[in-house]
Design a protein around this ligand. Structure first.
Ligand code: GLN
Length: 563
């Protein structure tokens, strides 16, 4: 029998209470004790992966090193636990059903009737166990997406119930994350929805061992006792988790609540080292203490749903924290940008980020933002599509190719400066067919990218179909564009930068996926450094007075807070 311990994490009462962050934070406090942790998200939807879903539906698609397009919670897992996740870490109902149906067509089931139990549940269990086996983890943390009671989540709940029967009783731990609503009229937190949710879970054969009660208000001892009594969990296993100022507070809150010790006790595991959270605490302290701000505009088309740019925003937070600054993000709808009016929307920014995207909507606005950044020497970081629009802008306004475009947006342009990669031309399926995952890139000495990375060779994650068109390389270079990052065979442009500019860098890859809270990504660090320099040089008085006085009359940022 294997010795891997399993933690199964379910949600109750309502969704959107930060179950993914909670699970990631549990991973962090366990890793702080020297244990190897692997995390997996079970997603009950029928899509094979979120790659083809609208960002409005699903938020960001997080890309793993091995090129899987996954749920954004995997981004939290990587940022908190700081171990690369793989395609094994995201299992959807779509993948499970498709695998089972493929086996059925091949005749693997020898004429049996294929059923949710045992065939679907067996496939789910196989994937859970595979993660433990492949990663050599001490503890596998499994998050079930959605909440208890969702019809589509039932096979997953049945599978994690069955898991216990094949394990020693104390090798499985069930954590239920619930929410305590606050009744304003009587000023009290209600535990009844939690009790109901725990009962629902029990009706599926799963008894919660730990309850993490998310709430917006302080939780009294009586409330904890009540949950313990009615939900049949130890009092020290009821962990109130008040909405934190920053998501990076959560591991510290769980640590201070003693959750890791309870878990280790449950599993009869000894910690491998003294708890190592000192650097993390310091980082969170630095975030909290930062008063001077750096203002970055994210110019995208999904800005109404900030989750669509989750890793980009977090990468900016990490970099700002390194410089002791509070990040203020201005979300700018790219569709709203016009050449003649954009100054009003962009003038207060210390830096501009144009993130990734697909489709024509909002592209012209992104091109305008790139032009503004180039002409006004505003630090700019372009991520994938953000790099492509930077090249389109350059072609139109510096080289004078008025109709320059990507063939993604205009197939008939005479100047297709961004064009479909050869190996993409025959592909018709949308899902999982892009250039995905980690590829190496060589950096040119003396470039902004090389200065930022302090390395000659890097590896970064990709998710795109289109590329810079090499037919135009020479003209671009002769006119001030530096292609400072190339694939090792020099055939693909990976990074472009404007030579005569404080910091205007575009990457064909997505550096945001590799940024960690206490290890910001070089390109984001470079951007924030340039942003601070610009801020300080353009308004030295403003920045000094901010230090001394808490509020500036014209500073909406101070009221809005760090994010
Ligand atoms: N749509 C562009 C491409 O496929 C950019 C993709 C992205 O930004 N991730 O090449």
């Amino acid at each position: 029998m294997s010795n891997i311990k399993y933690i199964f994490c379910t949600g109750g009462v309502v969704s959107s209470v930060g179950k993914g962050i909670t699970v990631a934070a549990i991973g962090r406090v366990l890793k702080a004790r020297g244990l190897k942790v692997a995390i997996q998200k079970l997603d009950p939807y029928l899509n094979l992966d979120p790659g083809t879903m609208s960002p409005y539906q699903h938020g960001e698609v997080f890309v793993t090193q091995d090129g899987a397009e996954t749920d954004l919670d995997l981004g939290h897992y990587e940022r908190f636990v700081d171990e690369p996740v793989t395609n094994l870490s995201n299992v959807t109902s779509g993948q499970v059903y498709s695998e089972v149906l493929e086996k059925e067509r091949r005749g693997d089931y020898l004429g049996k009737t294929i059923q949710v139990i045992p065939h679907i549940t067996n496939e789910i269990k196989r994937r859970i166990k595979l993660l433990g086996k492949e990663t050599g983890a001490d503890i596998v943390l499994v998050e079930v997406g959605g909440t208890v009671g969702d019809i589509e989540g039932q096979p997953f709940l049945e599978a994690i119930r069955q898991m216990r029967t094949s394990l020693k009783r104390r090798d499985a731990l069930y954590i239920h994350v619930t929410f305590l609503p606050y009744i304003g009229a009587t000023k009290e937190l209600k535990t009844k929805p939690t009790q109901h949710s725990v009962r629902d879970l029990r009706s599926m054969g799963i008894a919660a061992n730990v309850i993490i009660a998310r709430t917006d208000h302080p939780v009294s001892k009586e409330v904890v006792e009540k949950i313990s009594l009615f939900c049949d969990v130890d009092e020290e296993a009821v962990v109130p988790l008040i909405t934190a100022e920053s998501i990076y507070d959560v591991p510290l809150m769980l640590e201070d609540a003693g959750l890791a010790e309870y878990i280790l006790d449950w599993f009869k595991l000894e910690p491998r080292q003294k708890v190592e959270l000192g650097a993390w605490r310091e980082m969170v302290g630095k975030m909290r203490d930062a008063t001077e701000k750096v203002t970055v505009g994210i110019v995208g088309k999904y800005v109404e749903l900030e989750d669509a740019y989750m890793s980009v925003k977090e990468a900016l937070v990490h970099a700002a924290t390194t410089y002791g600054k509070a990040l203020e993000v201005k979300w700018i709808q790219s569709e709203s940008l016009r050449k003649d009016g954009c100054h009003e929307q962009l003038k207060e920014l210390d830096a501009i980020v144009v993130p990734g995207g697909f489709g024509y909507r909002g592209v012209e606005g992104k091109i305008i933002a790139a032009q503004y950044a180039r002409e006004n020497k505003v630090p700019y970081l372009g991520l994938c599509l953000g790099m492509q629009v930077m090249c389109i802008e350059f072609a139109r306004n510096v080289l004078g190719f008025e109709d320059a475009n990507s063939t993604e947006f205009d197939e008939n342009t005479h100047h297709p400066v961004i064009d479909l990669m050869l190996d993409q031309r025959a592909i018709t399926d949308l899902g999982g067919t892009m250039r995905l995952g980690a590829y190496p890139c060589m950096l040119k000495p003396g470039s902004a990218a090389h200065t930022a990375y302090k390395q000659d060779e890097i590896e970064e994650r990709h998710r795109h179909r289109w590329e810079f068109n090499n037919d135009f390389r020479q003209q671009f270079e002769e006119n001030g564009m530096n292609f400072s990052g190339l694939s090792p065979d020099e055939l693909l442009v990976e990074i472009s930068e404007i030579a005569d500019h404080p910091y205007m860098v575009g990457s064909q890859f997505h550096p945001e996926f590799l940024s960690r809270p206490n290890r910001p990504h070089a390109l984001f660090e470079g951007l924030i450094k340039a942003a601070i320099e610009r801020h300080d040089s353009s308004s030295p008085k403003k920045s000094r007075s901010r230090k001394n006085t808490q509020k500036q009359p014209n500073s909406t940022a101070a009221q809005n807070g760090a994010d």
